[in-house]
Design a protein around this ligand. Structure first.
Ligand code: OFO
Length: 171
């Protein structure tokens, strides 16, 4: 694999690990507020991000490239409100989408068709990731992020369970 492509994929492993760390930190923040449904939703989100990192890890290995793991940045641990945390989630997913799009650009520029093909899964996944974060953010804004409706949303979010990527794809 071309060195530029290799470095860009390596960096994405780090970005996905950071996403996992960020959402785990949000899970701790929500647990501390006794919003256990939100804490569960973020915990599952963190598990998904770890699975994304592993998908990149496995692909890089498959292409016989040595992976270099870098330090993971410390995530923020406090937010001003439930809405603020979800706003950050939505913004973060938009950032990840732009990173994935950049990776596709590199794959095209370097004529790496296999990597471009591999990345298309993430292109679709990001559409869902942004949609889910935005949906939850819109619901929270509608109820001003508080009151009995917040606890109803919280109760619903307790039901989210982590589905391994291969099983999710088989559905
Ligand atoms: Fe890995 O999709 Fe979110 O960040």
């Amino acid at each position: 694999m071309n060195k530029r492509m290799e470095d860009a994929l390596n960096e994405q492993v780090n970005a996905e690990m950071f996403s996992s760390y960020l959402y785990l930190s949000m899970s701790a923040y929500f647990a501390d507020m006794n919003l256990n449904g939100f804490a569960n939703w973020m915990r599952v989100q963190a598990q998904e991000e770890l699975a994304h990192a592993m998908k990149f890890f496995d692909y890089i290995n498959e292409r016989s490239v040595r992976i270099e793991l870098k330090a993971i940045e410390q995530p923020r641990k406090e937010w001003g409100s439930v809405i603020e945390a979800m706003e950050e989630t939505y913004k973060h997913e938009q950032l990840i989408t732009s990173l994935i799009n950049n990776l596709v650009n590199v794959a095209i520029e370097e004529k790496d068709h296999a990597t471009n093909n591999f990345l298309q899964w993430f292109v679709s996944e990001q559409v869902e990731e942004e949609a889910h974060a935005n949906e939850l953010l819109s619901e929270l804004k509608m109820i001003d992020g508080k009151g009995p409706a917040l606890f109803m949303i919280d109760r619903e979010l307790k039901n989210r369970v982590f589905v391994p990527l291969d099983q999710a794809a088989a559905k």
